[in-house]
Design a protein around this ligand. Structure first.
Ligand SMILES: NC(=O)c1ccc[n+]([C@@H]2O[C@H](COP(=O)([O-])OP(=O)(O)OC[C@H]3O[C@@H](n4cnc5c(N)ncnc54)[C@H](O)[C@@H]3O)[C@@H](O)[C@H]2O)c1
Length: 267
């Protein structure tokens, strides 16, 4: 489902990491259509500029693991537009890990560097810009993997749990400066461009549908809509929270339905 453009980000400047594909790309498109001036920051220097030029945004090649790159990213937005209002620290990786015993150390390090250090750097070097703007909104992409245990991706689960914890702690530090800090926990999103090879997307959509009580796997726009809410003034009284957007994956407990056979008259 797409959202009617209503200028909900008119006048705002937004920096989006991982904006070259998937959730970040959908968010960049939505933010631009809602009036924001958008800087896409991504490691992918082929697709990033392409997306940016389609929506009138700017692009900067950025590795979110590098403090230097992250500082340059914010400086680029500041130079272009003189302020920053919204930071979406969305870039992340989810490589094959295997079980905890067999996961290579370098895989663990990659997951931690991008998913935790990257989000931390995006707050560390972004906050001074938001302070100068008199406040703003910082959003991170966590995951349902930070809320429940998923076998085979323990480092990823831990990294997303860390994002949720960091957001809570940082929100308290910056609330009095008018800086709101929240994260989104998506369910399974078969976004495709980077996350999954193109030929596996449709099958993955079908496979993941049953995980989500709403009966379908998630789409990037589902998360972009949540990011739009957290970026806009409509969420002005929300900070330190995780917004779970998972089609009901982590809410209702289907094991209970198995126990009762969905016959609630005998309870
Ligand atoms: N797809 C899902 O099912 C799902 C579920 C929950 C959470 N997430 C999270 O959503 C976020 C976006 O993932 P997606 O599904 O859109 O995947 P994606 O692979 O399509 O997009 C990730 C983007 O991040 C960029 N990126 C990766 N490492 C980077 C780095 N070091 N520096 C800069 N950019 C980098 C990639 O180039 C890519 O453009 C991630 O944080 C991911 O963990 C995804």
């Amino acid at each position: 489902m797409t959202t009617q453009s209503e200028g909900r980000l008119d006048g705002k400047v937004a920096v989006i990491t991982g904006g070259a594909s998937g959730i970040g790309e959908a968010t960049a498109r939505l933010f631009a259509s809602e009036g924001a001036r958008v800087l896409i920051a991504d490691r992918n220097a082929e697709r990033g500029p392409e997306v940016a030029s389609q929506i009138g945004a700017r692009f900067i090649e950025t590795d979110v693991r590098s403090g230097e790159d992250v500082q340059a990213m914010f400086a680029a937005a500041d130079e272009a537009w003189g302020r920053i209002d919204v930071i979406y620290n969305n870039a992340g990786v989810g490589p094959n890990e295997d079980n905890v015993r067999d996961c290579p150390e370098k895989t663990f390090d990659l997951v931690y560097d991008v998913n935790i250090r990257g989000v931390w750097l995006g707050m560390k070097y972004g906050i001074p810009h938001l302070e100068r703007a008199g406040g703003g909104s910082i959003i991170a992409t966590a995951s349902v993997a930070g809320l429940v245990g998923l076998s085979g991706i323990a480092a990823y689960c831990a990294s997303k749990g860390a994002v949720i914890a960091m957001v809570r702690a940082a929100a308290g530090e910056w609330a009095s400066s008018g800086i709101r800090i929240n994260c989104i926990c998506p369910g399974g999103i078969a976004t495709g461009q980077g996350w999954l090879p193109e030929e596996r997307i449709e099958q993955t959509r079908r496979d993941w549908a049953s995980l989500h009580p709403l009966g379908r796997s998630g789409e990037a726009i589902d998360i972009a809509n949540a990011a739009l809410f957290l970026a806009s003034d409509a969420s002005g009284y929300i900070t330190g929270q995780q917004l779970v957007v998972d089609g009901g994956w982590t809410g209702p407990d289907s094991r209970y339905d198995t126990l009762t056979g969905r016959d609630w008259t005998q309870l």
